[in-house]
Design a protein around this ligand. Structure first.
Ligand SMILES: [Mg+2]
Ligand SMILES: [Zn+2]
Length: 177
């Protein structure tokens, strides 16, 4: 079986000024490449991302894909492979079955890539990321980049296994386990 690190995208990998979708606004968060290099030999990488900006009509699926491919290409140039990006384009009111904290996409990756969820990690900057990870039986790290600092107090009874300053610190925590 394979172990995975399931990553939220905006605020974890790239900076998130809010509904980010333009290449000109693309910026990697500090030390993301180094972080993923620390993990790449032991984990497969996935992105699970809520993009309600599509459902709200702020930008198109095509904009999302361009932006996401830009990220994936930069990582690939650094020999980091994202196996798959799972996208929820819906707004909360749509009551879809894929928006985080739904575990639908994690369960799909479990099947398709033979993932050992118990020994996998979910990393995100919003409580719903942590909730998804816990619901799926993964270990979880809440990062303080992106919306993390701001929403820290909304974690309430959702207890991540760890809180880390950023993805790089999260990677070090994972490697120390
Ligand atoms: Mg995020
Ligand atoms: Zn959805």
């Amino acid at each position: 079986m394979n172990k995975a690190v399931i990553l939220d995208r905006d605020g974890v990998l790239n900076c998130d000024p809010g509904y980010v979708h333009k290449i000109e606004d693309f910026r990697l968060i500090n030390k993301v490449i180094d972080a993923l290099k620390l993990l790449k030999n032991n984990f497969k990488f996935f992105i699970v991302t809520n993009q309600s900006g599509i459902g709200r009509g702020f930008f198109a699926l095509e904009d999302f894909e361009k932006f996401n491919n830009h990220l994936i290409d930069i990582l690939k140039k650094n020999n980091i492979i994202i196996e798959k990006t799972y996208l929820c384009p819906h707004k909360p009111e749509d009551n879809c079955d894929c928006r985080k904290p739904s575990i639908k996409f994690i369960k799909e990756s479990e099947k398709e890539f033979n993932i050992d969820l118990k020994n996998s990690w979910v990393i995100g900057d919003l409580p719903c990321d942590i909730k998804m990870g816990k619901n799926a039986g993964c270990k979880t790290i809440y990062v303080l980049t992106g919306h993390g600092e701001k929403h820290k107090n909304n974690l309430n009874n959702i207890k991540p296994d760890f809180i880390a300053k950023n993805l790089y610190e999260a990677a070090k925590i994972i490697n120390a386990q």
